[in-house]
Design a protein. Sequence first.
Length: 111
Amino acid sequence: MDIPMLTEEEWDLVAPHLANGVAQIKAYQEAHGCSLAEATREGFGREALVQYERITGFKEGNPNALFHHRLSLYGPACSHCGKPLRTPQARFCAMCSTPSGSIAGDGQHSN
């Protein structure tokens, strides 16, 4: 499954809703009188998920996953399999082992 990635401009719209996670959880717990587990599950990152879906059209269910949907964390797409390199400094593709000298692209990918 291809997951939509966020550009830095898009990340700037999502990140503030993830930044104060502890405060979000505490506020939810106090407002609803629930357990820490429920407050963590229901009270953290909801607005970030809404923003991500508004931007990408993809409904992500886990706010923690959004930290990994940032395009700048990854390298360009592999010319052989099309998957992004795991880091901008990667020397080979982790999916197909193609050496980085064979990698083409400008880092703008959606995988």
